[in-house]
Design a binder for this molecule. Structure first.
Ligand code: 3PG
Length: 395
């Protein structure tokens, strides 16, 4: 793919696919990481005299106009992230209204157009919709790695219609992820947490063939433990996944990948904050209690293994971190990982699902080598799949 520096953007209308799909509550952005990470690309383009036209989806409005999914509410937070820069807003992303806003732009100015997903053609990757978008620009930049697993008109078809390049965020994500898994320094470790084996099956199967050490944590470890014959009390488990879990152990053995499971656990009667807790060895989980976090021995064992690793990929918390004190295991591991990274001993990349909020909660978001802004795209990339939005940029 081409990089931003390779485009001559002065005086040109540059369509920039960004991902403004940020979490909001009561009209306020609750995590602005994705917005902040877009600043370098937008600033570089504006400084170089481009007429910057931002395209994004927001939520899942299913091809129809929906006021709660309007990108209008993101214009102000975006402007704030850009140091108060003026953002023109277009009520539609194609047609006369979009053309009016784009035509009014001067060199170095920025516009944001309404939610791409208000048109059904976005998600169906409709060539006519992509052409209507292409009419608005001279060049195309994709800075939405986190939407690159979607083969949509703005991420896929549009890349074939205009001279294209990766934005700085897209480039940073691809470089960080490539360093962690495509050409990593070995030994390579992965931590996979989260609640269900069933949602991470492809991920686990792909990782056992790539990494030297696979730490499985969170409730999905309960299913793996049960498959090994452990008693896990009232813990969340997927009983229909036991054969699958055994197949993962067998695949790991064959590939020479060591699987690390919890040695002890923090247990309680219910998953609510402020519960009375106990720490027990993993073969001593009481029948009426559930596993809710990794215990201190598990944390120490994981950290000891990571001391010997050169590269780490991390997806998913190892406990129910949203409910303190069940955040302690994840926090402790995150802080040790940050220490190893800061000491130059480990390259650590984290991302996918609620990993970003788990790392933010642990206070390490700026202390790891890279924390991806992507959810589903990070997982699909980790599964070894080709991302349509990345592929389209390269061809
Ligand atoms: C995300 O938030 O992971 C991306 O913006 C993709 O959103 P989607 O899952 O609605 O396609």
């Amino acid at each position: 793919y081409k990089t931003l520096d390779q485009l001559d953007v002065a005086g040109k209308r540059v369509l920039v696919r960004v991902d403004l799909n940020v979490p909001m509550q009561d009209g306020k952005v609750t995590d602005a990481t994705r917005i902040e990470r877009l600043v370098p690309t937008i600033e570089q383009l504006a400084k170089a005299g481009a007429r910057v036209v931002l395209l994004s989806h927001f939520g899942r409005p299913k091809g129809r106009h929906a006021p709660e999914a309007s990108l209008g509410q993101l214009a102000e937070p975006l402007s704030a992230a850009l140091g108060g820069r003026k953002i023109a807003f277009g009520d539609d992303c194609i047609g006369p209204e979009a053309e009016r806003v784009v035509d009014a732009l001067k060199d170095g100015e920025v516009a944001l157009l309404e939610n791409l997903r208000f048109h059904p053609g976005e998600e169906t990757n409709d060539p006519a919709f992509a052409s209507a978008l292409a009419k608005l620009g001279d060049l195309y930049v994709n800075d939405a790695f986190s939407a690159a697993h979607r083969a949509h008109a703005s991420t896929e078809a549009l890349a074939h219609l205009l001279p294209s390049a990766a934005g700085l965020l897209m480039q940073a994500e691809l470089e960080a992820l490539g360093a962690a898994l495509e050409h990593p320094e070995r030994p390579v470790a992965a931590i996979v947490g989260g609640s269900k084996v069933s949602t991470k099956l492809d991920l686990l199967n792909s990782l056992v063939g790539k990494v030297d050490l696979l730490v499985i944590g969170g409730a999905m470890a309960n299913t793996m433990l049960l498959a090994r014959g452990a008693e896990v009390g009232t813990s969340l488990v997927e009983r229909d996944m036991l054969d699958t879990a055994r197949a993962i152990f067998a695949a790991a053995d064959k590939a020479g990948c060591t699987i690390v499971l919890p040695e002890d656990a923090v247990v309680a009667a219910k998953l609510t904050a402020g519960q009375a807790t106990e720490t027990v060895a993993i073969d001593r989980v009481p029948a009426d209690l559930m596993i809710l976090d990794a215990g201190p021995k598990t944390v120490a064992a994981i950290v000891a293994k990571l001391e010997g690793a050169k590269t780490l990929v991390w997806n998913g918390p190892v406990g129910a971190f949203e409910f303190p004190p069940f955040d302690e295991g994840t926090n402790a591991i995150a802080q040790e990982v940050a220490r190893l990274v800061q000491a130059g001993k480990l390259l650590a990349v984290a991302g996918g699902g609620d990993t970003v909020s788990a790392m933010a909660h642990a206070g390490v978001i700026d202390k790891l080598s890279y924390v991806s802004t992507a959810g589903g795209a990070f997982l699909e990339w980790l599964e070894g799949r080709e991302l349509p939005g990345v592929k389209a940029l390269a061809s």
